[in-house]
Design a protein around this ligand. Sequence first.
Ligand code: NI
Length: 370
Amino acid sequence: MTNYSTYVDWRRTFHQYPELSDEEYETTEMLRKILKSYGIRILDVPLKTGLVAEIGQGEEMIAVRTDIDALPIEEHVKHEFTSTHQGVMHACGHDIHMASILATGTQLKEIEDELNGRVRLIFQPAEELGHGAFEIINTGVLKGAKAVLGFHNYPTLKVGEFAIKSGAITSAVDRFEFNIKGAHAAKPEQGNDPVIVVGQLINSLQTIVSRNLSAFDSAVVTIGEISCGNTWNVIADKAYIQGTVRSFDEDKRHYIENRMKNIADGLSRVFNVDIDLTYSRLPGAVVNDTHLTQEAIEVAKNVGYHVSMLDEPVTIGEDFSGYTEEYPGVFAFIGSDSKYDLHHPKYHPDERILEKVPQYFVQLVQRLLT
Ligand code: NI
């Protein structure tokens, strides 16, 4: 029989020994030890870090996922379990996620004989780099999954609060980089000035959302960095612009990417310069299945959560999108009440979040497996 104080101990241990994405070796070992000590079987899955465990028997299978990686951030919170790994911190609360899913696993293990199917616990590496979900999917371990369930702790919600929506709940996060090659320094007539092109590019990029998307669609195009030239009397020979696009469905995402390519081609011809665009597609939008969202809301209310419906997706990226692209899934935000935000060196979630999260997943799994 496990209980809240055990979950807190697990979380604090993970917090004390955080590891970066793709380097979660100790974390994987800790998870393995705990799962084994409860007699939970661990599947033989070819993963460098992270692991997959299974409870139950039968045809149907549901997956419950936690991420396991930490961030390259120096912790600025003093407590008895402050990170002992310099410059690395569980500042996104994945320690909370791991403890919650371990707790879910141990509770499900106690009722294993009553389960009408199998539950796969996915301990996923490298969420922060946006590729861990795809590593898991590529192993084939989710094949046939009836549902994939997940959550993220959410600092602006109080403990006991639960927020969700059907459809897109997070945004697709993409990165764009423009490299513009100009010409010879003191003789503008022999080549072209990348500074002028930068000016045009800024204006053109800003028309994508304002002029090319319908008033009923939304997206964000943000330029985060411009570098160009380094003194007053020399024409710059190159320029660099990078930024991010946040979008909420695949059509718009493709459209924006194509529009950027066209703008780059057009300006390159108009100004006779080389413009090279690198568009990197990072995680897509997490899209919640409508039916599963309804089930999740029912269960969250049963467990005693105060449930609120999000009006729109949050503009954070989450590689859980990899799962919802392939399988029906549902992802919720659950209150962890921290004064400082996710990815902040003073991020300090309220551990009482660990009381209800396991109950939510246990009941949701039971409900979906009948
Ligand atoms: Ni996170």
